[in-house]
Design a protein around this ligand. Structure first.
Ligand code: CTP
Length: 215
């Protein structure tokens, strides 16, 4: 199967030297990409700026900003079997990044942020979508309830819910997988590499099931 996987944060420029971003390390996305390669799948990895070793054998596309990631995902999604949106895409970006470095002053600095485009939602709303669509939900409270809202709202097949406090920048994770038909499955706390292996099996099975239903 061919997997498209996004990983890491995005950085939204304020000026040439500053940006708005988040604490995502890219470890979970890269572990999923590695697990897919280990299971002999083909992988396109679309990665934000990360400081981890990227898996060898994947086709790597770098995407710094949410807009770059949006374009890279849409350029590659159609011929994939499974799209896993693991990246922590920055939700807001400065409306007008400054062309030159902002000079400091003594007054408060007001930064106007505007929403970035939601990549997962845009894939979920594709009319003729053939691939299995997997989203992630990073939550700090009401994890399953919020994840279910994302599953329905963004029209995914699967949402992987995790506690952002535990998952961000950590080598371990613990996830609850919510399926479109209401089924849920848990993977208890383990190294991200281990969790990733189980996730790849679950995604590949779900994709197989979709194909069998269609034929
Ligand atoms: N996502 C995306 N594009 C965005 C924001 C999020 O594709 N601009 C995707 C993420 O890759 C993830 C899912 O949406 O698969 C959920 O991301 P998350 O950060 O948990 O939630 P948000 O939708 O951003 O909502 P909130 O921050 O309010 O929880």
């Amino acid at each position: 199967m061919k997997f498209l996987i996004t990983a890491g944060p995005t950085r939204e420029p304020i000026d040439p030297v500053r940006y708005v971003s988040n604490r995502s390390s890219g470890k979970m996305g890269c572990a999923i990409a590695q697990a897919a390669l280990d299971a002999r799948h083909e992988v396109v990895l679309i990665s934000g700026p990360v400081d981890v070793d990227l898996p060898r054998g994947a086709r790597l596309v770098n995407a710094n900003t949410a807009d770059e990631m949006f374009d890279a995902v849409h350029a590659n999604a159609r011929d994939c079997d499974v799209c896993v949106m693991c990246a922590a895409v920055t939700d807001y970006k400065p409306e007008k990044p400054a062309a030159q470095k902002l000079k400091k002053g003594t007054e408060a600095l007001l930064l106007k942020l505007v929403p970035t485009r939601d990549i997962l939602r845009s894939l979920g709303s594709m009319q003729d979508r053939q691939f299995l669509l997997v989203g992630f939900a990073a939550e700090t409270e009401n994890i399953e309830k919020n994840a279910l809202t994302k599953l329905r709202g963004k029209n995914c097949d699967i949402i992987v819910a995790n506690d952002a406090n535990l998952a961000m920048d950590s080598d371990e994770n613990e996830v609850t997988i919510l399926f479109r038909d209401g089924e849920t499955q848990k993977i208890s706390r383990a190294a991200k590499k281990i969790v990733a292996r189980q996730l790849i099996k679950i995604f590949a099975n779900a994709r197989e099931k979709c194909l069998t239903k269609k034929t």
